[in-house]
Structure formats: C-alpha cells, structure tokens
Design a protein around this ligand. Structure first.
Ligand code: ADP
Length: 643
C-alpha cells in the first residue's frame, strides 16, 4: 500500500451493504425526503451528548467552546443546506467506519429481508433507522468536514453516494462536524427558511440541543435610506442566530406540557423506529430512588427481536447527562421490546456497565420500572382492549418468557396472557385467564389446557371429547413456547393448571364417584384384553388402559407422569438437545366400534395389525410424525379392503 501524505485525497469504496442500503433508501423513502433533517439533527445531538459525557473526565475537550448547539445554514444561490454541530466530531478512522460501512449487527440479515416491494421495504427501513445515509435522498453530493474534540487535524469526506467516497486531512478550526448537502435540483425547497424551520419544529423540538437558524431580519430594509451599499453592509451586520426548537430534554418537561406528537417524535429519535409507538408512560419519581423514566411500547416488532445479541435496554442519563445507550440492566429480557429513557438523579456520573451491575439502586430501579411497564400493559388491556390485542399479537410470545424469568411478577404477567380456547371461533388469542375463570363451572377446580402444534390440530384433538360433552372450556396452546410457559405457571388465583393430555386427568368433582369407579372396574374386567394390546405394542407404548375421556375416538395417547409433551420435545430438539424417545400410555374407548372389533379378533397377526394402526392414528392426532408413514398407509389400505 502506498504511503499517503496528510493532504492527499484518497478514494475508497463503500462496503457492499452500504451501496445496497443507499440504493434501497433513495428509492423507497423518496416520498418522505424531509426525514433526512431529523436524522442529521439526531446524530448531532448524540455527538453533543457524547462530548458532554467525555468532558466529565476531560474538561479540556470543551476547548473554549462549551455551549453545545447546532447551526443550520441555507444557501439559496448555491442550492445547499449545511448543518453544523460542535459535538464530539470524528477521527479519520471513525469517518471511514461510520460513513463507509454499516456496523450494526444484523445488517445483512436485514438486507436479506428486503423484498423489492416498496411499501414493505419502507417499513423495514423504518425499523432499521437510516441515519446519515438519508442525506442522499435529497442531495447528489454530500461533504462532511469534521474534527474530533481534542485532536489537531480535521477530516474531509465527500461522496455522491454512488459507491465511493473521497477522504483527506484538512485544517478545521472549530471542533465537531459540518455536513454540507448539495441538494438535487428538485429539492430546492430545502433552502426555504420557513420550510426548514417547520421541519425542525416538527421532528426535533424535543431535542435538548439548541438548533439555531439565521434570524430573518428585515429591519435593515425599513431603516434603509436608499443607499444600496450601506444597506448590504447593514444586512450583514444584523445577522443573528435564533433557536428554532424548544431545546429542553423532553423527559424533563412536565407531562401536561407535552403533546402526543412530541412524545411520538421523541420515540423515533431514541428508537431508530419510524413507526409510531403503541403506548408510553412518562414518570418522575422522587424520594430514595430519584429518577425520571419515559418508557415506550413499540407498535411493530423489530426484525431482530429474537436475536439474543441485539442491543436492548434504555438510554441512560444521570442528572441529564447522557451516559450510555442500551443500558440493559434496568429491564428484564422478557420486556426487551420496551424502548425509552431513564434519567437518574442519584446514580454516580461516572457510572459504567460494571458499576451498574454492582449498584444496589439498579435492582430497585429495575423492579420499579418492571412494575410500571406491567401496569401500563394492564391499563391498556382494560381501557383499550383492541390496542392491547395488537400488542399481544406482536409481543405476546416475548411476554410469555416472564413467568420463568421473573418469579415475583408471575401473577401480574399471568393476568396479561391471552389464549385461544375451545370457546373461540378462530385462532385469535384473546382470552385472558380471568375470562376463563369467570366461565368455569361451579364444580370446576382446575384450569384445563391442551398444547398442540397449531390451532386446527388442537381443536380436533381426541383429548377434548369429554370436555366438549361436559361443556368445559379448555385453553388451546399452540405457540412454540407454550408448553414451556406452562412448566413455569402452575396456578393462577388458586386454580391449578392441568394439561389434559397428561395421564392423570383429574376432572375432580366434574366426574362423579360412580363414573370413576366404573372406569376402575372396567380396567380390571378387561385386563386380559389390555394385556393383549400391550403385548402387540410392547415396543411402542408404556401401558394401555380404559378411559372415559373419549367419546368419538377409539384411542388416544397420554403422556406418562414425567414425560415431556411434543411441543417441548420439538423445542429441545431444535436447540440441539438429544431427546430419547419416551413411551406414552395408550387409552382406549371401550364403547367405540373399532375397539369392540379389535377385542373380537382371534387371529394374532390381524389383531397386531389393527392395534398398531390404532396406535399410529393416536400418534397422528397428537401431532407426532410417524416413523414409517408409507407402512401405515399400506396397512390402512389393507384394512379398508378387508371384508
Ligand atoms: P446511527 O446514528 O444510527 O448510528 P448513522 O448512519 O446516522 O447511524 O451514523 C453512523 C455513525 O456516524 C454514528 O453512530 C456516529 O458515530 C457517527 N456520526 C454521524 N453523524 C455524526 C456527527 N454529527 N458527529 C459525530 N459523529 C457522527
């Protein structure tokens, strides 16, 4: 590689992903070009936050320019818009890394999801956050001049957004970053003062950093005495800057003063999500834990919600000084969809991730924030059930991790769970445990549930037959993690949960003593028949017994006491766990004609064939896969052909 002198311009290529992103963005966001300003102001505001944070330990970084702000300069003649901050700035390496690559995790995953369908892609891009590159929606050339606080030399970067950028060292007096947009000819309106002001108000009012623009001043015209030269001198002299935004950190203002639009824009600023949030909760807590929190529930799931490495957590401030993004210590994993800001009055300013983990305040603030989020969700479910349903459909599966992770709030999380049941008309999960309990029969003591791989399979499971007959509601659990959820949820409001596909189905008072006795005596009476089936299926099942849980089906499989259900087995397998096959118990319905037929068969080979077929049918209806499906088909066909 050739050695470069300081001033020599070097041309470098963008990372492939950047090229792809630029292309997609320009094409999918052109209908809303003004967002570039929000993104650039947002970056400048972050840069100011970072400088303020670094200057806590190194005052010299403030140089002799301690008032942090943003200036926007419009140049109609040259069709340019310049935005300049005196924040932290960037070194040459940082410029190359930040403005030439996309460092965010999951980028390629994100790009893979792009469909080419503009509507869908705009939504995805929204989730990703477009940042600096959005400049190219309005500009055909972008120049960045930046100097990192404390460094001597500045950096010049320029690109037409077409695959390459130029970079060289420059002298730059003022610290921070200046971005000059050479606007496209059809974007001239971004040099209109009123327009830019209104965009700043609309998107960046909540930013604590003052955004300054030139004061439009016509005093000089009025005082003009007709001398053109003097007039222009006067105009120059009266240039004044004025702050266009409110410039107070939003969360520090009183709730009453803030309207929804401001809350929504602030959400977009901190979350990298273009969609509006579903709900938020803004609280100022005084006393021992002195903090302000502004917590948001997003309306859309982010594409990397299930990626464990995705940064999560709140933006942390201490006494209004920005400390870090993604402070994950304040929320449990099952609330990882929550976005927001936490501003503590009492944590030390030099707090680091390590210190956070040790500080006892962290746990207390966390406990209080969890209560707040659960409360917000509970209120939403009561006051705006349709909105809550949207939340549930989007984040329900994440919330289901709650009972396992957070024992102390198990009951509160359980109240928020929603299910389908045998009472549902479709697979919509909208039945709460409280709904279920309110419909329980007077003798019913347990909450009954059934796990299956999907709603259709659950609905037609033979295990439900006796419940239908007795008109008892059963929850149908069809999400991948439901069975695991139920291992952590044993009771709700003193009602035990009972898996109806488990061996010890106890209908309690719903089943009369007489019925129970009858089943017992039938089991004795039919002992030799049951033994015959057991022998025929000795490699497949643990045992056989008579049941009264079946009405229309001849047989079903129930899990023996410590056996894992099918969902759980599949989940463990997908996590790479070795899952040895366990044997279930087969229950038979003596009043079914096929079972009666089986009992009457003397020929051993025929008996074995029918017994095996019944067993395989039971496997199928409990959602299992047959080890040899074509053998099964052959056997059924033979049975169908028999006279
Ligand atoms: P994001 O802001 O989401 O990280 P961007 O593409 O907007 O993505 O910016 C990439 C990075 O470039 C930022 O994270 C930041 O480190 C740096 N950067 C952008 N604008 C500025 C600025 N005005 N001052 C300092 N650094 C900046």
């Amino acid at each position: 590689m050739s050695k470069k002198t300081e001033t020599e311009t070097e041309t470098l290529g963008f990372q492939t992903e950047v090229k792809q992103l630029l292309n997609l963005m320009i094409h999918s966001l052109y209908s809303n070009p003004e967002i570039f300003l929000r993104e650039l102001i947002s970056n400048a505001s972050d840069a100011a936050d970072k400088l303020r944070f670094s200057s806590l330990t190194n005052k010299a970084l403030l140089e002799d320019d301690p008032d942090l702000n943003i200036h926007i300069i419009l140049d109609k003649n040259n069709n340019q818009l310049t935005i300049e901050d005196n924040g932290i700035g960037m070194t040459r390496e940082e410029v190359i890394d930040n403005l030439g690559t996309i460092a965010k995790s999951g980028t390629s995953e994100f790009l893979k999801k792009m469909t080419g369908d503009q509507k869908k892609d705009t939504h995805l891009i929204g989730q990703f956050g477009v940042g600096f590159y959005s400049s190219f929606i309005v500009a055909n050339k972008v120049v960045v001049e930046t100097r990192k606080a404390g460094e001597k030399s500045g950096v010049y970067w320029s690109s037409a957004g077409e695959g390459e950028f130029d970079i060289k060292a420059i002298d730059k007096k003022s610290r921070g970053t200046k971005i000059i947009l050479f606007l496209k000819s059809d974007q001239k309106s971004f040099t209109e003062d009123w327009k830019v002001r209104s965009i700043v108000k609309k998107y960046s009012d909540h930013i604590s950093l003052p955004v300054k623009m030139m004061k439009v001043n016509d005093v000089s015209d009025e005082s003009s005495d007709g001398d053109d030269d003097e007039k222009s001198v006067k105009k120059e002299q009266v240039i004044e800057w004025e702050t266009v935004n409110t410039a107070t950190a939003l969360w520090t203002r009183s709730r009453k003063e803030i309207d929804s639009k401001e809350y929504i824009e602030f959400y977009k600023h901190i979350s990298n999500d273009f969609n509006e949030p579903l709900k938020w909760s803004h609280n100022q807590v005084e006393g021992k834990l002195d903090y302000t929190s502004l917590l948001y529930i997003p309306s859309k799931v982010s594409f990397d919600l299930y990626n464990r490495d995705t940064p999560r957590g709140l933006k942390l401030y201490v006494q209004r000084v920005y400390i870090m993004d993604n402070a994950e210590e304040f929320l449990p994993l099952y609330l990882r969809f929550v976005k927001g800001v936490l501003d503590s009055q009492t944590l030390p300013l030099n707090v680091s991730r390590e210190l956070l983990q040790k500080d006892s305040q962290t746990e207390n603030i966390k406990a209080s924030l969890v209560k707040r989020v659960l409360n917000m969700l509970s209120k939403l479910s009561k006051n705006e059930p349709d909105e809550y349903q949207k939340f549930w459909d989007t984040f329900g599966d994440v919330l289901k991790e709650g009972p396992a992770e957070d024992y102390s709030n198990k009951e509160a999380v359980a109240e928020l769970l929603r299910f389908t049941s045998t009472q549902s008309q479709n697979d919509k999960q909208n039945i709460s445990l409280a709904n279920y309990i309110s419909r329980m029969q007077s003798e019913q003591k347990s909450i009954y549930y059934l796990c299956a791989s999907n709603y259709e399979a659950a609905k037609s499971s033979p295990h439900l037959e006796v419940f239908r007959k007795k008109n008892i509601e059963v929850l149908l659990l069809t999400s991948r993690i439901d069975e695991w959820l139920m291992t952590n949820l044993t009771e709700f409001k003193d009602k035990k949960f009972q898996d109806i596909s488990h061996s010890e189905l106890d209908l309690g008072d719903l089943s009369s003593e007489k019925d129970k006795k009858e089943v017992e005596s039938l089991n004795k009476e039919k002992e030799s028949f049951l033994k015959r089936i057991e022998t025929a299926l000795k490699n497949e099942i643990a045992s056989v017994r008579v049941t009264d849980r079946l009405i229309d089906s001849p047989v079903c499989l129930v899990a023996s006491e410590h056996e894992l259900g099918e969902q759980m087995r599949q989940m463990m397998k997908s996590m790479g766990q070795d899952m040895p096959e366990t044997k279930s118990i087969m229950e038979i319905n003596l009043s079914h004609l096929i079972v009666k037929k089986l009992e009457s068969i003397d020929n051993q080979a025929k008996f074995d064939k029918l017994a095996l077929t019944l067993f395989e049918q039971a496997q199928l209806s409990s959602g299992k896969q047959l080890s040899n499906p074509s053998d099964y088909v052959k056997r059924v066909n033979e049975l169908l052909m028999e006279r």
